[in-house]
Write a protein that binds this ligand. Structure first.
Ligand SMILES: O=C1O[C@H](COP(=O)(O)O)[C@@H](O)[C@H](O)[C@H]1O
Length: 260
């Protein structure tokens, strides 16, 4: 049989029989990444998505190996609504994770709720929040997160990067805004691809049969160009897909057994 040669940082697909085992392994993965990052730099920078992702982080709750005081948490994207609104990604993360662990409030970086009426100012302010954390100089063009956790919608969107949207081509800005999201609510801010693609580890988490057709497109036919297929880490960054067998049902792309 012909050997298929993958580039050195080709996506790593790990599929689990159910979401329970996915949750446990995702937590083990994050604890390991956290340890490596803290050993090297004394902190762990993470960006979280909304949607189904916050619930998938429950394996971290009550885990004594998690050093919450070393975490700095940003949001990959955020819906432009008050922080306690049911659509807020921050609210979902508070509800499913932060209210159950002891993370210092100043280590969590939500959007500035006083700027909800001005999308440009809101996204600029969030970009500045990133600049403050990463103390970026001109020579380093983009922040390098230790881990960025992404979800994928059934239409293939990730973060608030939607199929056919002009933001898919953004090359300079770190944070951009969307005023016409096809998925409600329409106003959102989002990390751009350059920020996502510069992370050390990018981890997609997708579960359920409603993701199966899209996952096949993204992994087996990436040239179809769905937003999730456009996530391509800059070397030596690594892209992982943590999925369940229902989401991976139609995928021919090779699985890798989970190991730390
Ligand atoms: O609207 C959003 O959707 C995506 C995917 O959500 P999921 O529920 O299908 O996992 C999510 O990753 C993003 O953060 C969110 O704003």
């Amino acid at each position: 049989m012909a050997t298929v040669h993958q580039p050195p940082n080709a996506p790593i697909l790990v599929s689990f029989p159910d979401t329970g085992s996915l949750v446990v392994s995702l937590s083990d993965f994050l604890v390991k990444a956290q340890k490596d990052s803290i050993d090297k730099k004394g902190r762990f920078t993470v960006a979280l998505s909304g949607g189904s992702l916050p619930k998938m982080l429950k394996g971290l709750i009550g885990n004594p190996a998690v050093k919450w005081n070393k975490w700095q948490v940003f949001y990959v994207d955020e819906r432009v609504v008050p922080l306690d609104h049911p659509d807020s990604n921050h609210r979902a993360c508070v509800e499913h994770l932060f209210s159950k662990v002891s993370i210092p409030e100043e280590n969590i970086h939500p959007i500035d709720p006083s700027l909800l009426d001005d999308l440009e100012e809101l996204s600029d302010a969030y970009e500045k929040e990133l600049i403050r954390e990463f103390a970026q100089k001109d020579s380093a063009r983009f922040p390098v997160f230790d881990v960025i956790l992404l979800g994928m919608g059934p239409d293939g969107h990730t973060a608030s990067l939607f199929p056919g949207h002009e933001l898919l081509l953004e090359e300079d800005r770190w944070v951009a805004y969307v005023g016409d999201s096809p998925k409600p609510p329409p106003k959102r801010i989002t990390f751009t691809y350059p920020v996502i693609n510069h992370a050390a580890r990018i981890v997609f988490v997708a579960a359920g049969k409603e993701k199966a057709t899209t996952l096949r497109s993204v992994l087996d036919v990436p040239d179809e160009g769905l937003p999730s297929a456009r996530v391509k880490p800059v070397f030596p960054g690594q892209l992982y897909w943590f999925v369940d067998d229902a989401a991976a049902a139609n995928v021919a792309y090779p699985r890798t057994p989970f190991k730390l």
